[in-house]
Ligand binder design. Structure first.
Ligand code: NAD
Length: 294
C-alpha cells in the first residue's frame, strides 16, 4: 500500500462514529489498487457535533469524496451544497462527492437494496413490497423502491419513535410518486401483517431484529411465508438471519443484507470514480481472507 501513496494521491474518507469495524477502507483500497487509481481511503471517527468542521475539512483538503455513516447521515445532508433526488426526499446521505469544492450528497442504501434484488433475478418495478421497519435502512429502500416503480409498499413498525418516520415516508412518497400506494400499520397487528403478505411479491426485514445480539429471532411467523414470496433482509451480521433461513427452507428466492451492503458500496464507488467497482474480484479476495483467518 505505501508504494501507492504519493504526493498526488487523492483521498476518500469515511466519517461517522464508530468506524473502526467498517469494511469500507479494505473494499475501496482493494478496488483502487485493482484499477490502478491513485486514490486512498481512510476512516475518521467523527461525532455528530463535529460534522460542520469535518465537512469544511473535506473542502480544505480537497478530499475527493466521502462516505458518511451513523450517526452523521442526517446532519451531513443539512451541510452539503446539493442533494440527489433520493437524498432530498430521505433527508439523509451516505455519500458525498466533492466536485471542485461543491459537495453533493447522495444516498446509495436504497440503490444497493434494489441492485441486490436484481442480482437475485428480482425487479421492484410493478411489485408490492411489505417492509418491516422505519429507520434509516428502511426509509432509504422504501423511497428507492418507489422511485424505481414499485406498485405498493406496506410498512409495518413497532410502536416506538420510528413509527412517525413511516408516516412521514408515506407522505413524502405520496408527494414524489403519487401513483405508489403506501400504507403504514402497527407491527403488533399480526392479522394485518399476515393478510398484507398474502398478496405481496417481496417481504423485507429492515429492522435490527435478526442482527446480533437479536440473532436467531424473526418478526415474521414462518407460516406467513410461501415459496413464491421473495424475502430480503438488510441485516448482514449474521450473513443469514432466521428470516432468511426460514425463507430458504421453503424454497423462496432470498436477498440477504450482505449483498445490499456490497452494492450500496459499489454504487458509491461509481459516484466516486465513474467506474464499476471490481465486486467479483473483491468478493473472491474477501473469501480468501476469511479462509486465512480460520
Ligand atoms: P435504525 O436504528 O435507523 O432503525 C431500527 C429499526 O428497527 C426501526 O424501524 C425500529 O422500530 C426497529 N426495531 C428495533 N428494535 C425492534 C424490535 N425489538 N422489534 C421490532 N422492530 C424493532 O437502524 P438502521 O440503520 O435502519 O439499520 C437496520 C438494520 O439494517 C441493521 O441491522 C443495519 O445493520 C442494517 N443495515 C444494512 C445496510 C446494508 O447495506 N445491508 C445498510 C444500512 C443498515
Amino acid at each position: 500500500m505505501e508504494k501507492r501513496i504519493s504526493g498526488t494521491t487523492g483521498l476518500f474518507t469515511l466519517l461517522g462514529s464508530p468506524v473502526g469495524h467498517s469494511g469500507s477502507p479494505a473494499m475501496y483500497n482493494f478496488s483502487f489498487q485493482q484499477q490502478g487509481l491513485d486514490y486512498a481511503y481512510l476512516a475518521f471517527d467523527v461525532k455528530k457535533d463535529q460534522m460542520p468542521e469535518a465537512i469544511n475539512a473535506l473542502k480544505l483538503f480537497k478530499v475527493r469524496g466521502s462516505n458518511v455513516t451513523m450517526p452523521c447521515k442526517t446532519v451531513a445532508a443539512s451541510l452539503v451544497d446539493d442533494l440527489s433526488p433520493a437524498a432530498k426526499i430521505i433527508g439523509a446521505i451516505n455519500v458525498i462527492v466533492n466536485d471542485n469544492g461543491k459537495l453533493t450528497g447522495h444516498i446509495t442504501d436504497g440503490i444497493g437494496f434494489v441492485r441486490n434484488l436484481k442480482e437475485n433475478g428480482v425487479e421492484v418495478a410493478g411489485k408490492k413490497l411489505v417492509v418491516l421497519g422505519a429507520g434509516g435502512a428502511a426509509t432509504a429502500l422504501q423511497v428507492q423502491s418507489a422511485l424505481d416503480g414499485a406498485e405498493a409498499i406496506s410498512i409495518f413498525n413497532q410502536d416506538d419513535d420510528f413509527y412517525q418516520n413511516a408516516e412521514q415516508t408515506k407522505n413524502k412518497i405520496n408527494e414524489a410518486k403519487p401513483e405508489v400506494e403506501v400504507n403504514v400499520y402497527p407491527l403488533a397487528d399480526q392479522e394485518k401483517l399476515k393478510s398484507e403478505i398474502v398478496d405481496a411479491d417481496i417481504l423485507v426485514n429492515a429492522t435490527i431484529v435478526g442482527m446480533k445480539p437479536l440473532d436467531g429471532q424473526s418478526l415474521v411467523d414462518k407460516s406467513f411465508l410461501r415459496k413464491d414470496l421473495v424475502v430480503a433482509d438488510t441485516v448482514y451480521n449474521p450473513l443469514k438471519t432466521k428470516l432468511i433461513e426460514d425463507a430458504e427452507s421453503l424454497g423462496c428466492t432470498t436477498a440477504p443484507g450482505k449483498g445490499m451492503l456490497l452494492w450500496q458500496g459499489a454504487a458509491a464507488y461509481t459516484l466516486f470514480t465513474g467506474k464499476e467497482m471490481p465486486t467479483a474480484e473483491y468478493q473472491a479476495y474477501e473469501a480468501e481472507q476469511a479462509k486465512v483467518k480460520q
